[in-house]
Ligand binder design. Structure first.
Ligand SMILES: NC(=O)c1ccc[n+]([C@@H]2O[C@H](COP(=O)([O-])OP(=O)(O)OC[C@H]3O[C@@H](n4cnc5c(N)ncnc54)[C@H](OP(=O)(O)O)[C@@H]3O)[C@@H](O)[C@H]2O)c1
Length: 308
């Protein structure tokens, strides 16, 4: 599998902790279900799994190590605090590699734009040692992306990608020029939370309760006209409403990261990411999304964790 030809990425932040699954998503899934999910992903040629140390309340990375076969690829992250300590990236990556039972990761992201120069310099050294195959940055604004690219290019290392929040409802990074900059510079754009953690999944009558569903309840009621438009467009492509949300992102040329913990979600992700919506359909979806006037903490989501 070549990283350049991927169509979608499996998000894993609700793997691991049963408590986390129940609280945030309304249910926990068993290790057996996750094993079947990985098997389905491998058959579907969706081989990239996105992770970070805090996912599943710290229990997720060991599961990646236990369940993902050698042909899969891992996208892991270093999450920097506001203060820098020499050697922190190396220590963290070594811990990750022990969890994964591997010698390297396919992509390693600097999760937040803190102490950019020091952290990327450490990542560059790990890249040269072959422990990181591609370097990416996450939750960076455009100026921070440009700075990161300059720092890496001094070591002759390309910036592989930017991983930021993007969905039909949160298109700030496109509107402020960041995605265009990525395209012009040959930098991949990975979109996280393309289903808005379940907000772009219409409620079912018998669905289990969760913290996220309670937070989203009022918003999901206001989203009904958008769901209707998504259903109408989905019917033309044999896609469900959440699949339309994913196809929208993929049709823009971005890589959707979708939280999957059940086999059917992987199958649906593969079909959605392989569907090209027309320019007219994209415009109709954007119009319908703007009309519902739902405020999402898009570009600002993690700014509280960034050093001023
Ligand atoms: N770089 C960063 O800072 C950052 C931040 C956040 C997330 N991420 C990455 O992005 C990934 C995606 O975000 P996420 O997992 O939080 O949320 P998400 O993918 O936006 O949404 C996950 C929700 O969608 C549901 N779902 C998934 N596929 C579905 C389908 N085909 N039909 C109906 N419902 C479906 C899931 O249902 P169930 O509850 O039934 O499973 C879950 O409730 C994360 O896993 C992580 O890898 C990165």
């Amino acid at each position: 599998m070549n990283i350049e030809h991927m169509k979608a990425v499996i998000g894993t932040n609700s793997w691991g902790s049963r408590l986390y699954g129940r609280l945030l998503r309304g249910s926990a899934v068993s290790e057996e279900t996750l094993r079947e999910t990985v098997g389905t992903a491998v058959k579907a040629d969706l081989l990239m799994f996105d992770t970070a140390q805090d996912y599943g309340l710290g229990k997720e990375q060991k599961l990646i190590g236990a369940l993902c076969p050698a042909e899969t690829m891992i996208s892991a992250k270093y999450t920097p605090g506001k203060r820098y300590q020499s050697g922190q990236v190396r220590r963290s990556l070594e811990m990750d590699l022990r969890d994964f039972g591997r010698d390297s990761v396919e992509v390693y992201w600097l999760h937040l734009p803190n102490c950019i120069e020091q952290n990327l310099t450490e990542m560059a050294a790990l890249y040269r040692e072959g422990k990181i195959r591609h370097i990416g940055i996450s939750n960076f604004d455009l100026n921070e992306c440009k700075a990161a690219q300059r720092i890496l290019s001094r070591s002759g290392i390309p910036l592989y990608g930017v991983q930021n929040h993007y969905s039909l409802l949160a298109r700030d990074w496109e509107q402020n020029g960041l995605t265009a900059w990525c395209r012009e510079n040959g930098v991949s754009f990975w979109a996280w939370a393309v289903l808005e953690e379940g907000m772009l999944v219409p409620p079912k009558r018998d669905e289990s309760r969760s913290v996220m569903k309670m937070i989203f309840r009022k918003k999901r009621e206001r989203l009904v006209p958008l769901y209707r438009k998504m259903k109408e467009i989905g019917a033309k492509h044999h896609l469900t409403i959440p699949q339309v949300a994913t196809a929208f992102v993929a049709s823009k040329g971005f890589l959707p990261i979708c939280g999957c913990r059940k086999p059917y979600q992987v199958t649906q992700l593969q079909a959605a990411a392989g569907t090209q919506l027309s320019a007219a359909e994209i415009a109709e979806l954007e119009q319908a999304a703007d009309a519902v006037q739902i405020k999402i903490l898009g570009a600002d989501m993690f700014r509280f964790a960034v050093k001023k």
